[in-house]
Write a new protein. Structure first.
Ligand code: GLC
Ligand code: GLC
Length: 813
């Protein structure tokens, strides 16, 4: 069942009912100011840090679902309704929500009044614009009372929901232009140099800034007193819960339409200039910001520049094919999600509260794979930030804070896959840009400037961190965990409330990871290539030798007969083996070892992937492990804490499905790879939205596995490494256009279902138009036939062209 449709021309998803199975959201903003907005106008905005600079209050996990947002109440002859349906839930004659790239437009219609609410964050500004257009579609005049409403968060989102003994006394506001501009200035009297405001570009009939006055004591969100009465109370908040609401009298002749622009802005003021006079905040910057968006034409211009911004970004990789679902995923929604993930990391979504995690070391390096072709200069900056949190021994803080860019001590280090992801990220960046100079960039350890060394030295420490931490079988030690945060082999936690990730009750050097071994073999050639480039031939040679050795170790101690083992636990017992009672096979090592080329020649790779198909594949994607753990195993940690079929315990983790997809292309089985991808690619799941439940335009982190009660149900959409990895799988491997160090590699491998397509790829300043005739026959070894600007080329790499040039490629598979 569908709850809307894709409008590809407008690059929008159109939701046609307020009753989607879960709030379906969008993100506004691309630099410093961000907002989450659901199809019911729910959500919140913040400046840079979702925890420390939150403007609007939002209630996670509340009743009803999705409480807090930008609400417009319309009183039409005594009946109160919202164009966003929420929060009054008054029946509408028509409803539509269009989520577009960086904006959302919600339209509701009732009894001859159509109200359309456009929300956007203009590029380069710290404000959310709400443009409300109200039309009288009847042939008689209408007299409406319209009320805006937002509730302020007292900045620190964590403190805001826990520290009531203080916060009920700190709230302060200021009121200007008879209530047309409402300021929120809580804590500005002391250390804060920032405030927020909510403005409307019209004269108001009244205003409210006190929540209880607006709603009425003990009232629900659906029965607010002020809109019901049809009159603002001009309340002035003092402590408790400051809000901002404008009251507008709107007279509409038959067929008439009026437009109002509301600006919800954030302003920082230099400390010496904070006050206009004692107790009165300096409003200069607010006035400037308001003036920029006080007319609909200015909003139109902001929309235009937003559209241009996205057109430019998305033109770096696009496809034309007979498959609309493929086109919209590659051209619009997958890169869009990658950009959102780049901006948010794992901080703020409808599943992440914005007060928990910072930026992950491994997460950020993987996210980079999905946006490096869109904003390479920002990828460069990100790499330096990440590398600056590494320790001198090559290990790394697992997370760092976006505001300070410092490593997070609460979580610490010890995730032994982390260091290798840095090599991954840097290699991807250099492949895209050819910017080898980044390797000379002076980068500190643990943010201590005195320790700065060239970035390449960081890669070296990463690589050697693995070699310096090998276990009894010669496989890498796992530490707290590897990619699978929940496989905690040294944790041994018996105490509730203890974190599985940071508790280490055993310090042995025995638990080993076959996954990290696969990663090591996979990144070694890149590392060696870069070492060679820098004239370190000895290091390159040694790295290649170590990779060959590790390959042997994996085939000897990491092979279980039909698939790759997952790990050895603290006691040296196998994890992910046919000898285990539960979880005999895991997805991660099958994907990563084959991607690294291990066992491709000897046939183990094919066997491993056949085992994946047989044991892990389901209707809705590939589960992480099978059979699931049915009880808690103290020696395995969090993985066995989840009920069977959910999350890391045999859920379909969409993040690692693409590893198997890529692995299938490595052994030339493009048809199977494409089939796997379609099972988790959101656009292909639209028809089963009632099962999947989440947005059909973005990937979710997890879909409940075959052993779960609710198989096929997704959770945790938007902020997940899934976005980047699937973009890599589809664009680099299935469609087969990927930048390599010395040229653009063209090697489609996706079976014959899509018989022809054209990829337009911009890379290093040139544009490549690649027309593919796709029989689906050739596998990985059978190179495609390439004709480049009329000249046949041997192999699958075409050298990079001069910046500014356009290269035409005919490709036959
Ligand atoms: C989450 C984490 C990621 C981890 C994965 C598997 O997605 O963000 O770092 O690799 O779970 O546990
Ligand atoms: C939880 C999640 C996992 C995440 C980890 C670290 O264990 O299940 O996906 O990676 O927390 O925050």
């Amino acid at each position: 069942m569908r709850f809307g449709y894709f409008d590809d021309k407008s690059r929008e998803y159109v939701i046609t009912t307020p009753k989607t199975p879960y709030p379906w959201i969008n993100y506004l903003g691309s630099e410093n100011f961000f907002a989450l907005v659901s199809h019911r106008a729910g959500g919140y905005c913040f400046y840079r840090d979702a925890r420390l600079r939150r403007l609007m209050r939002y209630r996670y996990n509340n009743v009803p679902t999705d409480v807090g947002g930008r609400y417009f109440y319309i009183n039409d002859g005594g009946e109160v309704w919202n164009p966003s349906y929420a929060p009054t839930n008054t029946a509408l004659d028509a409803f539509e929500c269009r989520h577009g790239l960086g904006y959302t437009r919600i339209t509701g219609e009732r009894k001859g009044v159509r109200a359309s609410l456009l929300m956007l964050v203009p590029t380069g500004h710290t404000a959310e614009i709400h443009q409300l257009t109200i039309k009288n579609t009847t042939s008689a005049a209408k007299s409406l009372k319209v009320f805006s409403f937002i509730e302020w968060c007292l900045w620190n989102a964590y403190d805001d929901m826990t520290n009531y003994q203080r916060n009920f006394s700190t709230g302060e506001v200021e009121i200007e232009r008879n209530g047309a501009t409402l300021y929120h200035k809580t804590e500005y009297r002391e250390r804060r140099d920032h405030y927020a405001f909510y403005n409307v570009n019209a004269d108001v009939a009244g205003y409210d800034t006190d929540r209880e006055t607006f709603l009425g004591l003990y009232n629900e969100w659906s029965e607010p007193q002020v809109p019901a009465k049809g009159e603002s109370s001009n309340s002035v908040a003092s402590g408790w819960q400051p809000v901002a609401s404008h009251g507008l009298d709107v007279q509409l002749a038959a067929g008439e339409e009026k437009t109002f622009v509301f600006t919800l802005g954030y302003v920082e003021v230099p400390r010496e200039e904070k006050w206009e006079k004692p107790g009165v905040i300096n409003k200069k910057k607010a006035h400037e910001l308001i003036a920029k968006f006080s007319k609909p034409e200015q909003v139109d211009a902001a929309m235009k520049s937003l559209a241009d911004h996205w057109s430019k970004l998305l033109s770096n990789y696009s496809i034309e094919s007979p498959d609309d679902k493929l086109n919209r995923t590659v051209n619009i929604w997958n890169p869009y999600q990658c950009m959102v993930t780049f901006n948010m990391s794992r901080s703020a979504s409808y599943f992440e509260t914005g007060i928990g995690r910072g930026m992950g070391f491994r997460d950020s390096n993987q996210d980079l794979l999905g946006f490096v072709h869109l904003v390479p200069e920002r990828a460069r900056e990100r790499i330096i930030d990440i590398a600056s949190t590494q320790f001198p021994d090559g290990s790394a803080y697992h997370q760092y804070q976006p505001l300070t860019k410092r490593g997070n001590n609460d979580v610490g280090s010890g995730f032994n896959d982390d260091p290798l992801w840095l090599i991954f990220g840097v290699a991807a960046y250099i492949r895209e840009t050819g910017d080898y100079k980044i390797l000379d960039e002076q980068v500190p350890f643990d943010n201590d400037p005195k320790t700065a060394v060239p970035l390449f030295e960081h890669l070296k420490r990463s690589f050697h961190h693995v070699l310096n931490n090998l276990g009894p079988h010669g496989l890498p030690l796992i530490g707290r965990a590897d990619w699978n945060d929940c496989l905690n082999l040294n944790c041994f936690s018996e105490t509730p409330d203890e974190s599985f990730q940071t508790t280490g009750n055993r310090t042995g050097r025995t638990a080993e990871s076959v996954f990290i071994a696969g990663m090591f073999v996979g990144v070694a050639p890149d590392y060696a290539y870069l070492a060679d480039k820098r004239g370190e031939a000895g290091e390159a040679k040694a790295a290649r030798a170590e990779a060959a050795k590790m390959t042997d170790v994996v085939l000897k101690h990491g092979w279980d007969g039909e698939w790759f083992l997952r790990a050895y636990d603290f006691f040296g017992n196998k994890v992910g083996s046919k000898d285990n009672k539960e979880s005999q096979i895991f997805i991660e090592p099958q994907g990563f070892c084959v991607m690294a080329g291990i066992g491709v020649e000897g046939g183990q790779a094919k066997k491993a992937l056949d085992s994946v198909k047989e044991r892990l594949d389901t209707k809705y994607g590939i589960v992480l492990n099978n059979p699931p753990y049915s009880e808690y195993h103290v020696e395995l940690g969090e993985i066995s804490s989840y009920p069977p079929g959910y999350k890391e315990n045999a859920g379909i983790f969409c993040h690692n499905n693409p590893w198997v997809i890529i692995a299938e292309t490595v052994i030339g089985r493009g048809d199977r790879a494409f089939e796997y991808w379609k099972k988790i690619a959101p656009a292909y799941l639209e028809e089963q939205s009632e099962i999947h439940r989440l947005e059909p335009y973005v990937y979710a982190q997890m879909i409940a596995g075959k052993d779960a009660v609710r198989h096929g149900e997704a959770k945790n959409s938007w902020l997940t490494g899934t976005a980047a990895w699937n973009f890599v799988a589809i664009s680099h491997y299935l469609l087969g256009v990927r930048p390599d160090f010395d040229g653009l590699r063209i090697h489609p491998c996706m079976g014959g279902e899509v018989s022809k397509f054209t990829v337009t790829r911009k890379c290093r300043g040139a544009e490549y138009r690649i027309h593919v005739k796709n029989s689906g026959q050739s596998g990985s070894s059978g190179a495609p036939k390439l004709i480049v600007d009329g000249v046949p080329v041997a192999g699958d790499i075409i050298p990079y062209a001069k910046p500014g040039s356009t290269v035409i490629v005919e490709c036959e598979v």
